[in-house]
Design a protein. Structure first.
Ligand code: EPU
Length: 418
């Protein structure tokens, strides 16, 4: 099975070019279905979740190409409204196709995504919203049958949780609904604004994105457009964490300081020098990280849950005790037991992890339990004494474009072996 072999202890130096955001690319690709036309999406990361999205689009009848980080989707030929279970199960976020299918066909059939490695991930908010917009939704043999006779209708939707996926799904579905849709307690993540920017270029009427109330006024038809995906703030946080552990001087080309307001202060607190300019972010780390204090994950602009594992890996070698409180997902500390194999001293009770930093981690054979937990393993191994292996890297490859090559270019000793 493919795995990473990492010989730790090398400082990281140089510049790395930041990939486009996975969590922007995936909803934008789903939204291309609604255009009925050609969209050209630049800066798409070459990751398996993008491959899975393109497989779904092709299965629905779209013509797709992917070359040099540019995806072209022509949805003029899309004619199906059903996604088979095997394609749905490749990616939890495939539920994002539900809104797009309802917008195009007034009909959708797909399986409900089950739980995942982060704990229960229900889709009740998505379903409730589409019902309010006039869809009839029933579950038959594990498949959701959704029909909106006469098309979706705009309405006011109060989200009890500022769900990223539900906000995106509703936004996409509402673009061609009859009348106005108002999403209250909408998610504010930069990826929401990126999706809104893409949809606006396609002719959608959307306002308020980035704030708590988003209004979408339905239009008859969208058209295709050309769009450039924003940089991946979680991958940026991964590089920042790696440098804080390994030491060094790295420029993250393309990183956007504004997307990382709650993340960058953590690295300053650890004693790193962090500076930004229009083109990216530079981090310099000269000594063992200081303790971070308490990090609480929260909706944007709070500290992102997706950056919790990589920062925790850095805290595991910090001088002193740091505390992590996970407020978004019920089970996002599974990777911690793998860090323990490398000598990390971490105790987890429910949603709180207490990390007693050790001077250095030791090499071990560890497993990636999930995407960001896997990235945490890579960081720990890059800073550890000796040679480690990280297995189950399919999780990592869902979201990181050739992580071995990126870190090798910065001076790390890391190989992907098949
Ligand atoms: N929730 C519900 N019901 C729903 C939807 C969500 O109870 O119908 C709950 C979830 O169980 C969770 C909370 O609401 O406790 C927030 O979930 P959200 O819907 O915001 O998450 P998501 O849309 O499923 C996206 C990202 C995740 C990221 C979260 C939170 C994509 C493709 N995925 O997931 O990214 O962690 O938002 O920011 O955008 C990752 O990239 O590693 C990743 C997991």
């Amino acid at each position: 099975m493919p795995h990473l072999t990492i010989n730790g202890g090398h400082r990281l130096n140089g510049a790395v070019s930041l990939q486009g955001a996975k969590n922007s690319t995936l909803p934008i690709l789903a939204a291309t279905l609604v255009c009925g036309d050609e969209s050209i999406i630049h800066n798409c990361p070459n990751i398996t979740d993008v491959d899975a999205s393109l497989d779904i689009l092709r299965s629905l009848g779209c013509k797709c190409t992917f070359c040099d980080n540019t995806v072209t989707v022509d949805s003029a030929t899309a004619h199906r409204y059903s996604i088979c279970d095997s394609l749905m199960s490749e990616m939890r976020s495939s539920v994002i196709f539900l809104g797009a299918l309802l917008a195009v066909n007034s009909r959708a059939e797909l399986c409900a995504p089950g739980g995942c490695e982060l704990g229960l991930r229900p889709i009740n908010l998505h379903i409730d919203a589409f019902r309010r917009m006039g869809a009839r939704i029933v579950e038959e043999h594990g498949r959701l049958i959704c029909i909106a006779d006469g098309g979706l209708r705009g309405c006011v939707i109060d989200l009890p949780v500022a769900s990223v996926g539900a906000t995106e799904n509703i936004m996409i579905a509402a673009t061609t609904a009859v009348g106005d849709t108002v999403i209250r307690n909408a998610a504010k993540e930069p990826e929401i604004c990126d999706l809104a920017d893409y949809l606006r270029k396609c002719g959608a009427k959307i306002s308020g994105d980035g704030g708590a109330v988003i209004t979408v006024s339905g239009v008859k038809k969208l058209r295709g457009c050309e769009h450039y995906v924003i940089p991946d703030r979680i991958v940026a946080a991964t590089y920042l964490s790696a440098v804080s552990v390994c030491g060094g001087d790295v420029y993250i080309d393309g990183a956007n300081e504004a997307h990382l307001v709650s993340v960058l202060p953590c690295f300053e607190q650890m004693g790193c020098e962090v500076t930004s300019d229009d083109g990216g972010i530079r981090i310099v780390s000269k000594c063992r990280p200081e303790r971070i204090g308490t990090v609480r994950t929260a909706e944007y602009p709070g500290f992102p849950t997706d950056a919790q594992p990589v920062l925790l890996a850095a805290a595991s070698v910090a001088d002193g005790t740091s505390i992590f409180v996970e407020n978004i997902f019920s089970n996002r500390f599974r990777y911690v037991s793998e860090l323990g194999k490398m000598g990390a001293r971490i105790s987890v009770v429910d949603r709180v992890a207490v990390v007693d930093g050790v001077r250095m981690l030791t090499s071990a054979n560890v497993t990636a339990t999930d995407l960001r937990g896997g990235a945490a393993m890579v960081i720990a191994a890059l800073g550890a004494d000796g040679t480690s292996t990280v297995s189950s890297i399919a999780h990592i490859e869902r979201g990181y474009e050739d992580i071995a090559r990126s870190f090798r270019a910065l001076g790390a000793d890391i190989e992907r072996e098949s």
